[in-house]
Each structure stands twice: as C-alpha cells, then as structure tokens.
Design a protein. Sequence first.
Lengths: 250, 565
Amino acid sequence: MKIAVCIKRVPDSETRVKIAADGKSLDEAGVKFILNPYDEFAVEEGLRLKEKAGTGEVVVIALGPPAAQETIRTALAMGVDRGVLLQTPGLHPDGLETAKALAGELKDAAFDLVLFGKMAIDDYNHQVGPMVAELLDLPCVTTVAHLEIAGGKGTAEREIEGGVEVVEFPLPAVLTTDKGLNEPRYPALKGIMAAKKKPLDIKPTAPGPGALEILSLTLPPERQAGKIVGEGSAAVTELVRLLREEAKVL
Amino acid sequence: MGDAGNGKGETGKVVPARYQPPLPLDKLLLPVGASGAGDRMELDVVIVGAGPAGLACAIELAHLAQRERTDLNIGVLEKAEALGEHSLSGAVVNPRAFRELFPDLEDADFPFRGPVEKERVALLTARRAFTLPTPPTMQNAGNYVASLCEIVRWLGEKAEALGVNLFTGFPAASLLTQGSRVAGVRTAPTGLDRDGQPLATHQSPNDIVAQVTVLAEGTRGMLAQAYLEWQRVAAENPQIFALGVKEIWETKQPLDSIVHTLGWPLPRDAFGGSFMYPLEPRLVALGLVVGLDYRDATLDVHALLQLMKLHPLFRRRLEGGEMVEWGAKTIPEGGYYSVPARRSGEGVAILGDSAGLVDVPSLKGIHYAIQSGMFAARAIFGALTARDTSATRLAEYDRLVNESFIMKDLYRTRNMRLAFKDGFFVGGAKAALMSLTAGRFPGRKITVGRDADVDRTLTPVASPGITPDGRLTFSKLDAVFKSGNATRDTIPTHLVVGPDIPAAVAEFYSHVCPAGVYELAAGAQHAAPLLRVNPPNCVDCKATDVLGPRWTPREGGSGPKYKRM
C-alpha cells in the first residue's frame, strides 16, 4: 500500500483567539500550533493500513509556512515514512488553490490512497479533500468513520443523520476521515528520535492568487449573564414571554 | 490527632509533618533493568526537565561537542506537553548567564521583554501605599523583564538547532540505579484509567539509560529529593519554600515600572510580598509570594492575591482589564545553608531550583539555573571525554559552582530570608543590618526547621474571604481554567495522601493548594467533613508536597499550559 496523507498546521484548539491589527487574520503571537486533529485520524489510519498490509509507504504532505516542518515531524514521529512540505509564505484562504498545489504533487506518484482529515479546525471549509479528488479524477468518500481495504477495493462507513451509510469504492481513491475512525497514537520516544533522521523534502510553492478574499474576522458576541426569572409557577408565564419576545426561540 | 480541631469553627493546632506520607522511594528508585518498561533507549546524557537549567546544560554540552568535533547524544525529558508550559517565574532576569552561554549574541537578541527602567518598593496597609527606599539587593538596573515560558521556548529552539533531542510530554518518574550509581531514568506511563487499567492510548514506561543523568526538574524536584534522601546528602538547613500565585493581565492603564510590595494583606508572622511587572505597557504580570512557614492554618495565597487586587494600588491598574492567565509555583527559599552539601554523584548532577540555587533577597534564580547548567555541562563533558563519570570526576561541577558568583551571592545573603522566621519587623530590621554589613551581621548561621514542622493555628474564620466577582477577583476553579489545565478527568491520582486526615488538616490542605485540588466536603449527617481530592486540577506547584500530600509524576502533557508566565 502506498498512502499519502495531506495534513495542515493549525492553531491549538485551546487557543485564546485574538484578531490581528488588520482585522482579518489571527494574531499569532504566543499561539501554539498543532497537527489538525482530523488529520491525526488520517495519519493513524494510514499507519494502520500499512501495518496491516505489512508493506508499503506512508507519506505526509503539507502546504504551509516553514514552521509547518514541525507539524510534519509530529507525523514522522508517529511512524510516517517521509514528509513533503509545499512551502508557501503563509496559508492561502482559497481551498481550490491549496487543492491545485496538492494535486500537482500527488498526480504522478501512483498512490493507492490519499487521506485527508474531513476539515481543518481553523477554517472549517471541508473543501480541499474533495477538490483534490476532482482534480485527480479519483473517487472520493468523505467523513469516513470506519474503513476496510481488501482486494483492490475499499468499504467505508459514513455516519449520516440517523444511520450509517456504507460505500464501496475502487482504489486508488481519496478519503476524508472523521472522528471515531480510530484513536490516534502518541509519538513514542523512539519515534521522536527516528523522526529526526527521516526524509523531509521542502519544495517552495507559489499557489495562484485564487478567487477568495477574507474581508474581516470578528469574535462571537460576549455571552450575556444569566437571568433568574422568578420562582414557582408564577415564573412560567414570564419565562414563556421572555423566550418568545426576547430570545425569540418559541 | 488530639491537637487537630474538628474542622470549621474550632480552634486547633496542625503540625503538617504528622500527616505527611514519606517520600515513595520504592517507586522513585528502581534498579536498572527492573521489569515493567517498554522501549529502552541509550543516550550519553539524559536531562530531566526542559527549564532554563536543563536547556542551558544541553546547549553548553552541544557547544562543547561541536567545538571538539565529537558526537554526543543528548536528550531532554519534559513533562509538559510543549516547551515552557510548566515554567513560571516573575520574572526580572539578570542577563549575565545568557551572555556567557551565547557569547556571540547581544542582549537585544535574548527573549526579554524590556529593560527595567523604573522601580518602586512599597509598604502596603489596607488602604495606603508608602514608597520605601529600594533595598540594595532589590535594585534591578541592567536587568530585564521577561516571561520564563518565552525564555524556555527560545532556549529550546537553540538546543534543537544544535541537535539536542527534546522529548516533551515525557515525565521522568523514577531513577534507574546501579549500586550507588544513577544509570538513567524511567518515564511515566500514559493512557491509564482511574484504576490504573490501560486505555487504547496506553504506552508503557520507557527506560532511558545514560552515562550521566542530570536532574533539572525545577522547584521541589521529585527525583532530586529521592536521590538526596537515598544517598543521605545533607545540607546545613533543610530546604524551605514559598508559594507564588501569579496572574497575567491585559490592562487599560499602562504600567512603566516594576513594583514590589510588602505588608498588607499578609499577616505579620508571614514572610512574603507581591510583584507587578510590565511585559508590555498594557500586559502586566502580577503575583503574591508567601513563605510556607506561615502560622495561620487558614492562610490561602490564592485568596490573599484576590484580596490584594482590591487595594487601590492594583485596583486602579487592573479594573476594566482582563485576566488572561493564572498559575502557581513554589520557590526554594532556604538559600546558602539549604543547598545540599553536594549536587553531584555517581553518574548524576542536580541543577538550578532542584539544588536550591535561588537568592531570595534579590528575587532571582534564573541566571543561577542557567549558569549551573553550563557548569554541569563542562564537568560532564570532561568526564565523558575521560570516560570517567564517577562521583569524584563529576565533583568538578560542585567545585565550579562553589567558586562562582552563585555561591558568593548566596553566601552574602545567607541569613536574610532566615531572619524573617521571627516575623516581619524584627526580620526586616535584621535583614537591613545584614545588607549594610554585606552579610557579616549576625555572622553565625540562623537555624531553621522544615516548613512541615512549623505548627499552625486553626482559628475560626481567620481570613475574611471575599466572594470572587469573576472580573477582578477569581475563584480557584476559574483560576485553574486560566492556567490552561485540560487534564483528562479519568487520570489515575498522582497525589499520595496520608491516612486518616482529620478535618482540621483537610481544611489546612484546602487553603494550601491554590488550584482547588483539595476540598473540604460535607460528610454524612453529623459526621465530620471529609477531604475530597481532585487530582486533574493540579498545576504542579508542589506546595502540598512541601506541607502534606506528596506529588508524583503523572501522564505526560497533564497539568497547566502556561503561555507567558
């Protein structure tokens, strides 16, 4: 099995978000960056498929700034064989441009599977995986929660509203992974040591200008303090009135 | 137990040592090759703790190896999930050790926030602040305001660039021993449930065997304690500690000077004071430090810090701002007489705070930590080159420290902190005389006992509590949230509590711990209240390890996630 996993460097989910002076980007001062948690499921699944097959290669590919090397090292420490960084000055807001760059890297490499996290926790776009599939003209299954690969084809389970959808697909294919697919491993000490010696190929990349522009970022409104309406049955009428007139949920 | 009151509302005496379990040496010391480990790894030098001491040691070792064109395999174990996340200090930093570690860099290259330009020492009463002349030991011209988290991240990058292996998220849980030799460490396991059963993410402990093991665990280091007790390395006085609770505020009002205060809200028989430093004009570090030899069993450093912020000196700066980070840490305060007789042994060296290299009168330790790391690196490199890592050879490290400014500084101020065991005013007068006579008064050593042996009086409602408003003042629960602590709830307890803790002692613990780990819970009807322990809240400050329940290393990545502490 030859497996590619596309990963992204994102701000830690515990980050206290502060908007930069330009009003449309994140203030990165003091922000810790991590491997996108949904991509961790993809890395783990890639490693498990390779381990099960007993042979093959798992490659991670990231598009991002030089600091994304750290993110790649994390995946290498988990057990991935090698990494490729498509190095850009910053992150591109347009998913299509990211997809084009990744597809360019993937197209001649003859991977059996290309794995993505279903989304990045910083922009919530859910775009890049399916776009890459389209650009490579490969079948695509999104939000995979269970996966079996056997005899040149795969069976994926997707958790949909009220049930489970089972999808069969031929290889090669592009999949995006959901929470619940597996429990990602922590890098072991030996893995961290080994990661320093694994190949990491840095390729300067200049994605196109794209069609999207971020105009502004704003924080959600501050939560209002709670209100105690009253006690006993007398409060019910008042509560119903407030829910209808103020909160407008009835 | 006759001396302990029945809990709230009753006067009683608490002698903490009586309820403190012994150091769990059976877990902290394992013969090399003991069963139970997963991977085994060999390094030349393993350093426990990626703080200023441990990272400086790694950097200097890598520098020496580079200069001599040899390969050294150096690994640094750090219990925090990422670099700096368990590091906390004031801090005003003396840059001299930085300059020696990086002779090619300028002060402007170091990860400092800015030089100290103005300073003020004030004596507080409940409503007023009187400016005092700045004592000579507290003058900070030429020093820099800094965040220790930022210093540690920067040192970590330097170390990594030199080829040092940084293993974050891997606490060292035991020393591996071979006769009287330290042969390496065993890391803590991960992925266990409350009953110690493995979860899907379980990883066995790893053994790291090395020619030299460096203990740079910081304040109240567990393995350093275990080593000193095991090898019966004594000091003239036991180590004594203070607890500091610190907050970082984004403020509306700018601050242009560093401020230290004495007096209110501390009782007169407690030693301590506050600090307020501008990281940026509108980003202020603020904290309160109290010696753990205080007499009132209900004294609560976190609560006192909250109360202190109501004083006009602080209130007018903080109001309208936002508290963005909170943390706590103990400080070894014993000084010269509490430094262990030796800080090296067969295959081992003990650095920085773990060795008690802190000067309380000047409120400094970071430059001693870095300098001790460099001295250890030089001694270790010499030992490795000579293929002799015996105690005799590594004693070179002690010699270097003893002959340096570190011990000279500590000797000069050797009795200042100790004088304060007699209370604030007598202590203050004595300390002033010591300053004037460069330490010659009173000449002889002042003897102190362990903090845990100081008896405490539990008086009903001694400290009038304030109700936190969530804006200027905060509960312990809110505080722990601001420490970034997101330890999973199902972690096995890492705290060793003594048996049969009476209610008065439980109440004492609840005040000692700034993070709400210990709570007094209502017992069954008419029964005495019980001690409830919430281990995930723990921010590794080690205060109760000094006065009560023992702290032991737990799953890597647990605890706080400090960013700018």
